[in-house]
Design a protein around this ligand. Structure first.
Ligand code: PSU
Ligand code: MN
Length: 324
């Protein structure tokens, strides 16, 4: 054991509540996967949200990693949720969508909220969790030229050294502009088993990725190099759905056009845009997009668990007990 304190030991116990199982895994240098909670509270409808959240935790465990779903409940940042806490995130009406900038206010006021990719990455990194799974990242919205709506996920990923497994960015966004921003912001992007950037509901966004990997070990190697090089930004592992599992592209096109029209007509802005469009998809496709979204999250979590396991087995991590 090294005498350097673990990131975990530096968390203020007045603010953070780390689940015993997660703390034990981090102390042992074992595999842990961070999971966001906005997807549960605002990305998926009830009651499917709780079922999917549980399924995701189960698949992470089945691959030998410990799931650490992150949320704020009654002013405490919870890292790893028990059944009751997961249930609260899924069911409570007072759960707000919490991005990085909202975290301190929610905590100080004793409020409750579900963390976005931006906020979850920040907390995962504070706790020393290196791998994080989600569905699709936020990014540049299609009307950004007028609205300036760009997800805080991008800014957060540029300053947070975590590895995020996702199916690209949400297809409701301007994917090409988002890829340009990821480049500007120094966020690493790897295609997993593909040379094409995935398109969330769609297997292929139509844009290439410049680096491709084919195994969890290859991702773990790159994570090791990034640490040695002290790269301060995130690494995005973009994992597409197989073609036969994607949403029908014509249906996707029509539903998105209609959703964007409705969002504009109803003056939906700011952090309500993404939940509004995802909800529109789930309704307008009669649940087809929900099924696709579920598969995306489950597959990404499964891969994240394999990457976390590969990383935990790498000599650098095993030697020190845990990465510092
Ligand atoms: N991925 C999904 N569903 C979601 C999200 C991601 O499959 O609901 C959430 C994430 O929490 C992400 C957020 O950070 O949407 C982006 O919101 P915005 O565009 O307002 O930044
Ligand atoms: Mn936004």
């Amino acid at each position: 054991m090294s005498d350097v304190p673990l990131p975990l030991d530096l968390l203020d116990p007045a603010v953070f509540d780390v689940h015993d199982e997660v703390a034990a895994a981090l102390r042992a240098g074992a595999a842990v996967v961070a999971l966001e909670s906005t997807i549960i509270s605002h990305g998926l409808p009830r009651p499917e949200n709780l079922r999917v959240a549980t399924e995701v935790e189960d698949i992470v465990r089945s691959r030998g990693a410990v799931p650490a779903t992150i949320a704020v409940l009654d002013g405490r940042v919870r890292i790893g949720l028990d059944d009751d806490a997961l249930d609260q995130v899924a069911q409570r009406d007072d759960i707000v969508k919490v991005s990085s900038r909202d975290l301190a206010t929610i905590v100080a006021r004793g409020g409750s909220g579900a963390t976005t990719v931006a906020a979850t990455s920040h907390i995962a990194h504070l706790a020393g969790i290196e791998v994080f799974a989600t569905g699709g990242l936020g990014g540049v919205h299609r009307q950004a030229r007028d609205s300036w709506d760009e997800s805080a996920d991008l800014g957060a990923l540029s300053v947070t050294p975590v590895t995020v497994v996702c199916s690209g960015v949400k297809s409701i966004l301007d994917v090409s502009a988002t890829l340009e921003r990821l480049e500007t912001l120094n966020v690493g992007v790897l295609g997993y088993g593909t040379n094409q950037f995935p398109g969330f509901y769609l297997s292929d966004s139509g844009h290439p990725v410049h680096w491709s990997v084919d195994s969890a070990d290859a991702v773990a190697d790159i994570m090791g190099s990034r640490r040695a090089l002290n790269i301060p930004s995130a690494l995005v592992v973009a994992y597409p759905l197989p073609q036969n599992a994607q949403l029908d592209p014509d249906l996707h096109h029509d539903v998105l056009e209609e959703g964007l029209r409705r969002a504009a007509a109803r003056n939906i802005t700011g952090k309500d845009v993404t939940p509004f469009l995802l909800d529109h998809f789930h309704r307008a496709t009669h649940g087809a997009s929900l099924l696709v979204n579920e598969q995306i999250i489950v597959r990404n979590s499964e891969l994240a668990a394999r990457i976390a396991t590969a990383r935990a087995a790498s000599p650098e991590v095993s030697r020190s007990g845990a990465a510092s």
